[in-house]
Design a binder for this molecule. Sequence first.
Ligand code: PNS
Length: 159
Amino acid sequence: MRRVVCPGSFDPVTNGHLDVFTRAARLFDEVRVAVLVNPDKRGLFPIEERIELIRMAVEGLDNVVVEAFGGLLVDYCRQHEVPVVLKGLRVAADFDYEQQMAGMNRHLTGVETLFLPTDPALSHISSSLVKVIASHGGDVSGLVPAHVGARLRQRLRDS
Ligand code: PNS
């Protein structure tokens, strides 16, 4: 069984993330999307809602599992017998940050990290920018799935 984990905050999931999950699902037998529970950072969506939004987006992908995780990523990998972390890389700045984390994770338990270059058509997308655009009433279609866009508008209306 070739297993991989795609970890992140996913607040909320974007079309860039979904591109990585979809490509990972073709390369691995099982893709585990692990949503970080970070007690120090509240975020816009609660963890359960982030998970729900990702599950809706990956409905057609039978080998993708979505769940929460807390603590160290390497401990999650050990518990679930996942030897590989997969990260999408958009721009050069992503590489600097990700390379250090990859090195640390490998130092801790030997877990390997693979980088997948983001589809250039999606490399401008980030959850943070999507939230800024939505908060000013901008159009987020093409950046996130339609159900995520609707939930963003609803949440920003209610807050
Ligand atoms: O979407 P993000 O916020 O860029 O994802 C970052 C994430 C969740 C992959 C990273 O913060 C992480 O792995 N956190 C878990 C805690 C941990 O293991 N930290 C040490 C990394 S070297």
